[in-house]
Design a protein around this ligand. Structure first.
Ligand code: IVH
Length: 595
């Protein structure tokens, strides 16, 4: 018994900690699903041991005290409740059975199915059609007055429109931020050295509870109305669905994804439909909400202190899990961009074992404040590459067991110098022609139509030539023998001879095509033409410093430094020498166009 008591106490402490983070300081360190699991464990233990259930247990209240005294307090006469959760068809059917049993109805009940948007619940009060007050949910009974901030959200009407507007109307809904909006403000915050938000929900919460409405006004917040709080001065329809239609008529935004369902099968179909389209919605949802549509039946069913008995949140399987970061590897892509990749302790998400996640660039490592050994929240959204969403930082100060991530100075593929572009966040290998990771794409580019235009050498041929070890760089193409070529799949003697002939023909080219063929990042054909007519000779180009390169039309800071780094790399210069001196690539002298 003592150990059950201890388990309950531990769970309560943990849940109160997370509730404080979530509701008070708008910071969530753990995924919702982990929180739900902890809450489920607590509820289960309390149901098995009712004498250990106390009034102040996190399972008995909506959760979260609102401690920020900067906002005026608002008392919700009708509490803003939370929702009970089901996670699979079986538990949904149990909810459905409870409904029919409690209502003593044998026929199917009409249900209104909606999205469960991952944002913040707010209450909007309209008096005589004008927005009089807006508040957060807070602890469900006491919220915060955020009227000034809410007024900055363009989709929320300051005045209702249309006919028969009630004297007093309180509606409830969700304020949220779209993925695009979230990306935009984080990009801006990073550029200006401000705090970066870890997910759209936190960004919405931080924006809504900002003490300066001018700051809120700059945040791309959205709103969807999902329910009636209170209405006076006008009879409302007795159906939730019909109420939503009225709200829409009065100018309040409602969701595009609403469906009336008449059986559990209908609900499952809606659930699957939403789950399938989840990634393309453009904002976060974590399930669907199923509500009894008839308001009279809702009243008959009633509510507990925490949640209504007439609605349930049918959650999607968790997309996020916690795991540990073992290491960060730097991987060279086909185009030379070097991407940090997180190596994780394997964790199963949506049925797939995840052990790697992309970190995109150095900005992302910075944003997350990531260290090796950290516990991290990993998200796998459908087919999207798994991502680290946030880092769980211990509250106990600096953890000495964590190691900083060392950014390499040399390419892990070929040892060439790494060049940092885009405000020092994107790493790129300067190895170009020699880097093993870029080899195949560099050769493919070299033979392409606008470059040296060498017929008969497609990607499959290149793959075989590289895999068999016949060639490592573009210059090696000119050493190929008929025997080597005929040893490739589907290359007969005639095709092999054609390739050799094409190689010989390609030796006569133009200076611009030659520059372009080197495949230097940011140097397209037009820029290559400008370089050719500016420098006229290869020697002059090789000798040019960054300043001179930048005086060429079309060469900005980024292209200039990519070009200079490429030409500085000894291995690239050697290949250029072999191509011109040993292979004998040549071009007609360039007539200088401008200087
Ligand atoms: S109805 C009494 N409908 O989910 C019923 N809530 O976990 C109260 N939410 O606090 C809520 N989308 O912030 C309802 N279509 C929806 C919702 C929704 C998101 C949020 C809301 C609520 C939380 C409960």
């Amino acid at each position: 018994m003592e150990s059950v008591q201890k388990k309950i106490t531990d769970l309560k402490t943990l849940l109160r900690h997370y509730q404080y983070q979530y509701y008070v300081i708008n910071k969530s360190d753990i995924p919702d699903s982990e929180y739900d699991d902890l809450m489920d464990n607590l509820r289960k233990l309390e149901t098995e041991n009712p004498n250990l259930r106390t009034q102040d247990s996190p399972s008995q209240c909506v959760g979260g005290l609102s401690l920020n005294s900067a906002f005026k307090k608002v008392h919700h006469k009708i509490p803003m409740l939370s929702l009970n959760t089901v996670i699979d068809k079986r538990s949904y059917l149990a909810f459905n059975q409870r409904l029919t049993k409690r209502l003593n109805i044998s026929t199917d009940i009409t249900l209104c199915c909606e999205l469960k948007i991952d944002g913040l619940a707010v209450s909007l009060l309209y008096i005589n059609g004008g927005l009089a007050r807006a508040s957060t949910r807070g602890d469900g009974v006491i919220g915060e007055d955020i009227t000034d901030n809410i007024r900055t959200i363009s989709v929320i009407p300051k005045y209702l429109i249309g006919d028969k507007i009630p004297e007093y109307l309180e509606v409830r809904g969700e304020v949220f931020m779209s993925h695009a909006g979230f990306k935009k403000i984080n990009h801006r915050a990073y550029r200006d050295g401000h705090k970066i938000f870890s997910n759209p929900r936190n960004a919405a919460a931080g924006s809504l509870r900002n003490l300066d409405p001018f700051v809120t006004a700059k945040r791309p917040l959205s709103f969807v109305c999902y329910g009636l709080g209170c209405c006076k001065g006008r009879a409302m329809p007795q159906s939730h669905w019909a109420c939503l239609q009225h709200f829409q008529d009065w100018g309040l935004p409602i969701s595009d994804f609403l469906r009336l369902c008449y059986s559990p099968e209908d609900v499952f179909a809606f659930y699957e439909h939403v789950k399938m389209h989840r990634q393309s919605l453009g904002f976060d949802i974590d399930g669907v909400v199923v509500k009894v549509d008839d308001l009279k039946l809702q009243t008959r069913l009633g509510s507990s202190a925490r949640a209504p008995k007439w609605a349930v949140a049918f959650k999607f399987p968790a997309q996020e899990k916690i795991t540990r970061l073992h290491n960060v590897e730097f991987q060279v892509g086909r185009t030379g961009v070097i991407t940090p990749v997180a190596k994780l302790a394997p964790v199963r998400i949506l049925g797939v074992l995840v052990s790697r996640a992309t970190l995109h660039n150095l900005h992302e490592i910075d944003r997350l404040g990531l260290k090796i050994g950290d516990y991290v929240v990993v998200r796998r959204a459908g087919d999207v590459i798994p991502q680290i969403i946030s880092v769980i930082k211990s509250d106990c100060g600096v953890d000495l067991s964590l190691k900083s991530i060392i950014v390499p100075k040399q390419c892990p593929g070929c040892g060439s110098k790494i060049h940092c572009i885009s405000g020092e966040t994107v790493l790129r290998c300067t190895g170009g022609l020699t880097c093993s990771a870029q080899r195949k794409s560099a050769i493919r580019h070299f033979v392409s139509r606008q470059a040296l235009n060498i017929h008969g050498i497609g990607q499959t041929v290149i793959n075989q030539l590289v895999d068999k070890g016949y060639i490592q760089n573009p210059a090696d193409l000119f050493t190929l023998t008929l025997d080597q070529l005929t040893s490739l799949e589907r290359i007969g003697p005639k095709s092999a001879q054609n390739i050799i002939d094409a190689l010989v023909r390609s030796k006569k080219t133009t200076f611009a095509r030659f520059i372009y063929a080197l495949g230097i990042s940011k140097i397209g054909l037009v820029t290559a033409e400008n370089l050719a007519s500016y420098f006229v000779t290869l020697d002059a180009l090789l000798r040019a410093d960054l300043h001179t390169l930048r005086s060429v039309h079309g060469i900005g800071q980024e292209a200039g430094s990519c070009l200079r780094s490429f030409l500085n790399e000894v291995s690239n210069r050697e290949i250029i020498r072999v191509l011109v001196v040993e292979v004998g690539i040549y071009w007609e002298p360039v007539i200088p166009k401008y200087r």
